[in-house]
Design a protein around this ligand. Structure first.
Ligand code: ZN
Length: 111
């Protein structure tokens, strides 16, 4: 599960809500990342410590992106998959099925 910082009211805290961050280093035990924030919903100030090993880049961002920037550009160029492309894909699959049948028939004939 992705770690997220949440206010007591349940609102997720994002980068824009963060006022201060810092490291809380300890000699023994895990180190923590300190985050001070103002909740965008209830407007309360809060602070939270996140274990350093649980801290990740996506923690303060809405959607952790798994798509590389160059891939994103390609996908945006392609646009949405439209109904015609769906139909084409369907027919391609049907063709493949009949090809398999054809192979099976020819295999049967060899016996
Ligand atoms: Zn809140």
């Amino acid at each position: 599960m992705k770690t997220a910082i949440k206010c007591n009211c349940g609102q997720r805290v994002l980068a824009k809500d963060v006022m201060q961050t810092g490291y809380y280093l300890r000699l023994i035990g895990p180190s923590f990342v300190y985050v001070k924030y103002r909740c965008p919903r209830c407007k309360k100030l809060g602070e939270q410590f996140v274990k350093q090993e649980e801290w990740e880049d996506g923690i303060l961002h809405d959607i952790p992106s798994e798509v590389k920037p160059e891939e994103k550009a390609i996908f945006e160029q392609m646009g949405k998959i439209d109904i015609h492309e769906c139909i084409d894909a369907h027919f391609e699959l049907e063709k493949m099925e009949s090809l398999c049948d054809l192979i099976n028939i020819t295999e049967e004939a060899k016996k």
